[in-house]
Design a protein around this ligand. Structure first.
Ligand code: 13P
Length: 255
């Protein structure tokens, strides 16, 4: 059975003291929650202090991006070698990075391969825009994003990768996809495309999260869907109380 992963994506929020306050509020209540993985993906500068604060808590730490080279003249970038040992996960290809920072299917693929090379677990984001959704292009577009992201990645590596289906129109809007629709796209598009690449059995084992306005009010219904293996959560991960509710719901859904 797949163990869900509830991961917070803090995006560009919080100061260091607020960041420490938030993780310190999470560690106690989440200590006894088993049955779901839990993670916070934070701005680069918070990684060293939070790595210390989270040691031994069972809460995984993630970055929100990386560059694909190990080192070199790339002013302002962070390499997988620098992240190695500091965090467990790294978000790759978030729609905000595709939209504002020129990420393409090709750079996403390069970044995934760089992360894998250094033992970091990628959370790879895919998802369609409102226009694409309304034009009936969701299936083809998302399937294409998956095939491009996993290009030249063998089955053993692919197994470790987490995918997050995040319809862009649902991100930060308060309008989540319906549980049935999220389940359908994750099962019939994301997992089906992975099955085409790696076979049915392997695709059944891979973790695919939902992201986009997941909150304490809709988490139970989303997690009740069999294809949804947790969430990648923006806004609701910034408040300890909300995020604790989401992690507990993910764990309860599979117990
Ligand atoms: P919200 O949960 O704020 O909609 O953000 C989702 C997201 O983009 C997580 O990566």
């Amino acid at each position: 059975m797949r163990i869900p992963l509830m991961a917070g994506n803090w995006k560009m929020h919080k100061t260091l003291s607020q960041a420490l306050e938030l993780v310190n509020a999470l560690t106690g209540p989440l200590a006894d929650v088993s049955g779901a993985g839990k993670a916070v993906c934070v701005p680069f500068v918070f990684l060293p202090p939070l790595a210390d604060a989270l040691k031994g808590t069972g809460i995984l730490l993630g970055a929100q991006n990386l560059f694909w080279e190990d080192e070199g003249a790339y002013t302002g970038e962070i390499s997988p070698l620098m992240l190695k040992g500091l965090c467990d996960l790294v978000i790759i290809g978030h729609s905000e990075r595709r939209q504002y920072f020129g990420e393409t299917d090709e750079t996403v693929n390069r970044k995934i391969r760089a992360a894998m090379k250094h033992g970091l677990t990628p959370i790879v984001c895919v998802g369609e825009s409102l226009e694409q959704n309304e034009a009936g292009e969701t299936e083809d577009f998302v399937s294409g994003q998956i095939r491009a992201a996993f290009r030249d990645i063998g089955p053993e590596e692919a197994k470790k990768i987490v995918v997050a289906y995040e319809p862009i129109w649902a991100i930060g809007t308060g309008k989540a996809a319906t549980p049935e629709e999220a389940n359908r796209i994750i099962g019939q598009v994301v997992r089906a495309t992975l099955a085409g690449l790696y076979g049915h059995e392997q695709a059944q084992q891979m973790r695919i999260q939902y992201g986009g306005s997941m909150n304490p009010g809709n988490v139970e219904a989303l997690m009740a869907q069999p294809e949804i293996d947790g969430g990648l959560v923006g806004g609701a991960s910034l408040k300890a109380e909300d995020f604790i509710t989401l992690v507990r719901a993910a764990a309860a859904a599979r117990n």
